[in-house]
Write a protein that binds this ligand. Structure first.
Ligand code: DLL
Length: 436
């Protein structure tokens, strides 16, 4: 275990009462800010008769309406931005429930705050300016790679921006560069280790001592397996594009939950069915209010992630509350190879193809620690199964359409009409056999 370290000690260890006063002041300021700058929120707040003066304590937040991913999507692309585009210096995006991505914009202050928060979580996990860090997240609209990149540069670590993929080359570079820390999803970390073994390299012989993992959940058993395989100390961090990306919460070296950056993100737990705020310690859906974001601030954003929050003191000295590691979601979003996928996105592609019948099933599994993604699709006319070249052409068309919608490759199996299992109730569209 490394020693306890802080990037912004005053903020991270602020006495709880001071922290809560700061949150309240920031919440009131945020309500005024979005009321002035975002017509969507002005309408929402006016309809609920909420003004900043009416918020006297943090628990008054319950009077503010919740915001959903659909709200962002309905205002695609820039409708919820609170600053003119002239002030937006970066755009990121993630998949939405339809073909349109969920778009987020950052001002320079947002990028600076984001970098500080990622710097905090990397130092809390034990990273230092002596580390050489491989970033094996995909660079691009996804927030994971650039988020970790800026935060790690901020603490003075040496960042190697290799991106994911090209695994053999990455392993060679890790060995040659003397890489000491790895940023990736937990499943990709295992895949890299497996590939290293195939190359005759024992992952333990590389110098990687620290794993900064996130973007998907993993069980304690899987984490132990990663640690045993690599001989590293694995830490978890959580975030979401809409909120900022990575940096919302992260584990310290005691690994007893992920500390929120509570001076910037105000967390609540609600009952996902009724929207009611649950008492402290209970498990439910995480809702976050971004207290300081300028580009696209969000009031009470429903993350759909199921977790609980602990306010007990932590041995590391941080006063910020900790969220339990999360594996489940209250919606049907899937994370496949690190990419967010909604079954409805797949359905809208399939519906547009006349040869496709009425039923399909998405099958997910794990092979060599990586996700496999297969879609079994019933044809509308079974005789097509005998016309091989037409069949192959159709398979290609579906793959290409899905790739351009999802940014992911799927294996397509075209099958006889009515051959997939029917269910009496809700159709079972997703069979998730993955182990992680
Ligand atoms: O995954 C941001 C991120 C990147 C976090 C890199 C950490 C490291 P999205 O692509 O928008 O953003 O996906 C957000 O991923 O609602 C969770 O369901 C899931 N998720 C993210 N981190 C974790 C984690 C990034 N540590 C969605 N454990 C979230 C479990 C996670 N699930």
């Amino acid at each position: 275990m490394s020693k306890i370290m802080f990037w912004q000690k005053d903020e991270e260890t602020m006495p709880r009462s001071e922290l809560e006063s700061l949150q309240l002041a920031r919440l009131k300021r945020l309500v005024d800010y979005v009321h002035t700058n975002v017509p969507f929120y002005r309408k929402r707040l006016d309809e609920a008769s909420v003004t900043s003066d009416k918020i006297k304590t943090l628990s008054d937040i319950k009077y503010i309406p919740l915001t959903t991913k659909e709200d962002i999507r309905d205002n695609y692309p820039y409708g919820l931005f609170a600053k003119p585009m002239k002030k937006i210096v970066r755009i990121h995006a993630s998949s939405g429930t339809t073909g349109k991505p969920t778009v987020v914009g950052y001002t320079q202050n947002d990028i600076d705050m984001w970098s500080d928060l990622v710097a905090r979580l990397t130092m809390a996990a034990g990273a230092t300016d002596d580390d050489i860090v491989h970033i094996a997240f995909g660079y691009g609209l996804f927030t994971g790679a650039l988020g970790l990149h800026y935060g790690l540069e901020r603490i003075g670590a040496t960042v190697v921006p290799t991106s994911s993929g090209n695994t053999e080359r990455n392993i060679m570079l890790m060995r040659d560069f003397g890489t000491t820390a790895l940023v990736s999803t937990p499943s990709y970390a295992m895949y890299i280790a497996e590939t290293a073994r195939e190359m005759g390299i024992n992952p333990k012989d590389l110098k990687i001592r620290l794993g900064l993992f996130g973007s998907e959940g993993c069980s304690d058993e899987f984490r132990r397996k990663i640690e045993d395989t690599w001989g590293l100390f694995a830490t978890d961090n959580y975030g979401m594009s809409e909120l900022i990306g990575p940096g919302v919460s992260g584990e310290c070296i005691y690994r007893c939950g992920m500390h929120f950056a509570e001076d910037h993100f105000l967390p609540e737990i609600i009952n996902p069915d009724t929207g009611e705020v649950l008492p402290r310690g209970e498990t439910g859906e995480l809702v976050i209010t971004t207290l300081t974001k300028e580009g696209i601030p969000l009031l009470r954003y429903r993350t759909k992630d199921i977790t609980s929050i602990s306010y007990d003191t932590c041995e590391c000295g941080r006063t910020h509350a900790r969220m339990a590691r999360t594996h489940g979601r209250s919606d049907d979003m899937l994370k496949i190879k690190g990419v967010n996928v909604f079954p409805t996105q797949i359905e809208s592609v399939l519906i547009s193809i006349p040869q496709v019948g009425s039923n399909y099933q998405i099958v997910l599994d794990t092979v060599n620690y990586m996700d496999t993604f297969v879609i079994n699709i019933e044809l509308s006319d079974g005789s097509l199964l005998e016309r091989y070249s037409e069949l192959e052409g159709l398979q290609q068309t579906i793959r290409q359409k899905l790739r351009s919608t999802l940014g992911l490759d799927a294996k397509i199996n075209l099958v006889e009409p009515k051959s997939l299992q029917r269910s009496a109730g809700k159709a079972v569209r997703v069979v998730d056999n993955r182990k992680r």
